[in-house]
Design a protein around this ligand. Structure first.
Ligand code: ADQ
Length: 744
């Protein structure tokens, strides 16, 4: 619109100025013509009465003079006539202008003395009139008196105003006409070709090759189109080559790596990149409170930790809620940006939510309802109807945003977590050809617990639109099958591990999630310096160091961990001054009351326990309550003799895997809650029940005193498991399984 205005406005301004000038000239010439006409008429009338007036003056015939002036009473446009004697005294005056005589008319003396006629515009009773005064002379050219005729001039202004009106109407009509013609022309020569090119590009982007008709355009635009076609063709050929090569390479490699996953995705999905949807975005732009400048951070989230390496490896589009305060500053007109910021590997599309939507869908239904429902931590779930309505609305908003992006053929949508239970159904309604998988990152409860949820039917119905649903462990798969069997009309196939509902089959599979390439990476020089700095800052030189790394969440068992450390130091005082526990804790979901309370409870407990043991420059707990980047966390893993993961319930727990993966020197031990998914794989960890504080405290001692050789052995075993079952294998298994199931 702005462009069109820029184009049309100068033309319209030129036309308006030209037309106005023309109008002014036209009106002036008309005005002159009318004035000439008026003067001529006035002169003729004055001359026609001159003789009769002469007679009346010479004979001093008042009655004749009166008759003469009254004969003008009925004349249109003429106001009247006045007959003066030679001293300028009125002999007779038309009735309707009788007040004319009371007015001072200085020009009369001039006419009588100069004996020359005079015509001019005069003011009379607030109006303009035209007065023409003619001297009356005898035969010897002596002055006898004068005759004055007075004309109404208002018709003159009415005529000119009419003329202006006509000119203005013509000008407006011309402007409208020119605007319409210009718009039509520019649509024909500019908008339509650009629109055709845009549509062509959209088909190309979506892989809709059947609709890619050759583009016939001439001139400069034609040249541009031809260049674009060449680039697109090159890209298509390159993609095809990558796909073919990928097929060949997958077979050769054993360990799953970034490049092997990339090959697999190209081989299985071909040209179409794949789509990931999650609530939390992998890169957030936040305003730095200190500098006031925006900076990019990766949120403390297991989902982000796991999925980001996959997208980095194989490209694609990640659609997520743009929740940070500077997010809008970094997206293009389609709300997208390339990430990671310095090394664009894939596209992040941000979906915007209002505060009400975020409150209802995210804080309310997802995190006060489904999160506690699925974790057995004895925090009561809260289900509010208003939250549920927002949850549905936001799922639809995400569905619309995804549908806009899907390519023409066989798209693959990979949904993350409990925030989007309805999304698969919404996508399938519009795109039944899309392959949709959902990965559930948290535990799935048994049917009795899930039956608490008032919206159980809609949730299960929405989820069962997926082609596949993944959980971390088989136990959660079993719980889900039981839940579907008991709560919704469907057929559960225990052979195939699938649920059939309304002729749609959904496969339920366990895929234990993992971490990426920490394995094998030696500590960098900067990391060694960082470790040295941390040791100095917290005086850790001769200490045994345990570390905990968590989002502050009641499921993570942070309070239980502190109580266990307290009991450990109480029971085994020889470890005082020798043992330090560092807790890195990122506040999360702070708008929810329970989380708010938990932050205060942890603060208080840490303070209380530190006060209890504090002696000299030693205190047992170093509590660092803030977000840490992955690069900041790694030195803590590297320096820690022990990592404590004490979740009360956890789908998997990636901190446990990150710690093991970073321990290249095999020097460290992992304490792991038996209520985590990770405990099923990492059986060489020292398993604990975080509810049993006594047992937990003893386990700390046991771990610290474990012979170095045994620690190394256990660490080696765990590292082997993580190296083989890394995040690339996880993604590859899901994609391979889906591709196989779709074919069968
Ligand atoms: P989360 O509950 O977020 O994930 P988790 O698997 O422990 O839990 O991952 C947390 C991630 O956040 C880790 O990568 C960790 O490094 C990072 N992190 C922790 N504390 C941090 C801090 N203070 N600053 C910055 N980063 C921090 C959900 C489920 C889990 C499941 C994952 C993946 O609850 O059970 O393992 O998804 O599926």
């Amino acid at each position: 619109m702005k462009r069109i205005l820029l184009f049309i406005l100068p033309i319209l301004i030129i036309i308006a100025v030209a037309f106005t000038l023309f109008g002014i000239l036209q009106v002036r010439s008309e005005e002159e013509k009318l004035m000439d006409d008026l003067k001529r008429k006035a002169r003729t009338v004055a001359e026609s009465v001159e003789l009769s007036a002469k007679y009346a003056i010479v004979n001093n015939d008042q009655r004749a003079a009166k008759r003469l002036v009254e004969s003008f009473q009925r004349r249109e446009r003429m106001q009247g006539c006045v007959i003066y004697d030679k001293d300028g005294k009125i002999l007779a005056i038309t009735e309707r202008i009788s007040s004319w005589g009371q007015k001072d008319n200085p020009y009369l003396k001039d006419v009588l003395s100069s004996k020359n006629a005079r015509g001019a515009i005069e003011k009379f009773g607030g109006y303009s009139v035209y007065s023409y005064t003619l001297p009356v002379l005898d035969d010897e050219n002596n002055i006898l008196g004068s005759v004055e005729v007075i004309y109404d001039t208002s018709y003159l202004f009415t005529t000119l105003a009419d003329l202006w009106k006509r000119i203005s109407i013509t000008l407006i009509a011309l402007v409208v006409l020119i605007t319409i013609i210009t718009l039509l022309i520019q649509r024909q020569i500019f908008v339509l070709p650009v629109r055709r090119l845009t549509q062509w590009f959209t088909h190309f982007q979506k892989g809709d090759t059947e609709k890619l008709r050759p583009f016939k355009e001439k001139g400069e635009f034609g040249k541009l189109v031809s260049e674009v076609e060449q680039v697109a063709l090159g890209l298509r050929v390159a993609r095809k080559v990558v796909t073919d090569e990928a097929h060949a390479r997958i077979e050769k490699q054993e360990l799953w790596t970034e490049s092997k996953l990339r090959d697999l995705i190209h081989a299985k999905l071909g040209e179409n990149s794949f789509f990931v949807v999650s609530n939390r975005e992998p890169y957030m732009h936040v305003m730095d409170e200190v500098t006031g400048a925006p900076r990019c951070v990766r949120p403390a989230s297991g989902v982000v930790t796991a999925i980001d390496p996959i997208l980095r490896a194989c490209g694609g589009t990640w659609i997520a809620h743009g929740s940070a305060d500077a997010d809008r500053k970094f997206v293009n007109s389609k709300d997208k940006l390339g990430v990671p910021p310095q090394d664009n590997r894939y596209i992040l599309k941000r979906v915007w939510l209002t505060k009400e939507e975020e409150d209802g869908y995210y804080y309310g239904f997802s995190n006060e309802g489904l999160w506690p429902l699925c974790h057995i931590t004895h925090t009561r779930p809260i289900f509010r109807e208003t939250d549920w309505q927002m949850y549905k609305k936001v799922n639809q908003k995400f569905a619309d945003s995804i549908l806009e992006e899907l390519p023409a053929n066989n798209p693959f949508v990979f949904i993350q977590d409990y925030h989007f239970t309805l999304l698969a159904k919404m996508i399938k309604e519009k795109r039944p050809d899309a392959t949709v998988a959902l990965f559930w990152h948290i535990p799935w409860p048994n049917p009795e617990v899930f039956a608490i949820c008032p919206y159980q039917q809609e949730i299960l119905d929405g989820m069962l639109a997926c082609d596949m649903i993944g959980f971390h462990v088989q136990f959660h798969c079993n719980n889900f099958l039981d839940t579907a069997n008991r709560l919704i009309e469907c057929r559960v196939d225990t052979e195939k591990f699938s649920v059939v509902r309304a002729n749609k089959e959904t496969f339920i599979r366990a895929f234990p999630i993992s971490v990426d390439g920490y394995i094998g990476a030696q500590p960098a020089k900067e990391e060694l310096e960082q470790i040295k700095r941390i040791r100095q800052e917290f005086q850790l030189q001769d200490k045994l160091v345990a570390v905990g790394v968590d989002r502050i969440d009641y499921t993570k068992g942070i309070l239980e961990r502190i109580l266990a450390i307290d009991r450990f130091l109480e029971k085994y005082p020889e470890y005082r001054h020798k043992f330090v526990f560092i807790q890195l804790a990122a506040p999360s979901r702070t708008h929810i009351k329970r989380y708010h309370e938990l932050i205060a409870e942890i603060d208080e407990l840490v303070e209380k326990k530190n006060w209890k043991y504090w002696e000299g420059d030693w205190k047992p707990i170093i509590y660092l309550k803030r977000y840490f980047s992955p690069e900041e966390i790694r030195p803590y893993y590297l320096l820690a003799d022990l990592c404590v993961v004490s979740s009360l319930h956890d789908g998997m727990n990636l901190v446990a895997k990150e710690y093991v993966a970073s321990k290249n020197d095999l020097n460290g031990a992992l304490m792991l809650s038996c209520f985590t998914g990770a405990a099923r794989e990492l059986t060489d960890a020292i398993q604990i029940n975080p509810y049993s504080i006594e047992e937990f405290a003893d386990a700390i001692k046991f771990t610290l005193e474990m012979p170095a050789e045994e620690k190394r052995k256990r660490m080696e075993n765990m590292r082997k498991i993580i190296a083989e079952n890394n995040i690339y294998r996880w993604a590859a298994s899901i994609i391979t399984e889906l591709a196989a199931l779709k074919k069968s």
